[in-house]
Design a protein around this ligand. Sequence first.
Ligand SMILES: Cc1cc2nc3c(=O)[nH]c(=O)nc-3n(C[C@H](O)[C@H](O)[C@H](O)COP(=O)(O)O)c2cc1C
Length: 195
Amino acid sequence: MIEKETPTAYPIHPLLSGRWSPRAFDEKPVKEEEIRTILEAGRWAPSSNNLQPWRIIYGVKGSETYDRIMGCLVEFNQSWVKNAPVLMLGCYKKTNPKGQENFHALHDLGLFMANASLQAHDMGIGTHQMAGINFEKAKKEFGFPEEYHVATAVAMGYYGGDPEGQLSKELHAQELKKRERNPQSEFVFNGDFKK
Ligand SMILES: Cc1cc2nc3c(=O)[nH]c(=O)nc-3n(C[C@H](O)[C@H](O)[C@H](O)COP(=O)(O)O)c2cc1C
């Protein structure tokens, strides 16, 4: 199993430094109970006014829902996602109870996914978020009303897949790459914003 060494500038919790986004997954199925545990972690994420705008569609490999989610992904993602035992769509309600735009809904879906991905990682399960989906198709496919948006898809499964057997040459190389981030000096300002 690939364990990625993360070059953190300051010591952080191993759950955060150890998490990474795999494209090859172990074939071992993820049990319903395990999926629900991961979603439960998401459920307890904070959200603006506790509106909990997230909505989740999930399907396990071999089911019709899984194939319907797969059909909403762009071709590039379909090429590797076929390795994943579970697929999800991350969706949110765009409006608050007064019918006004909830500007924080996408932020809150992100918090849900952060909680869920860390819970999954703690269970030996990797998650890989995807923006490469056909949003409008997914919204129609799963019957969402106008005031909802399908924002992301997620592939999920146990770490420990076979990158050489499951992935193209290029994606195999990416699977082994070191994790990278911009230094804090580029995005943290103790004072005015700087370009
Ligand atoms: C919102 C979002 C959308 C992403 N979209 C895709 C995608 O469509 N396809 C893909 O292969 N990876 C996608 N990624 C994965 C990122 O490329 C990955 O998280 C990033 O390179 C950092 O790698 P790490 O998570 O292993 O640290 C996405 C990640 C996020 C959070």
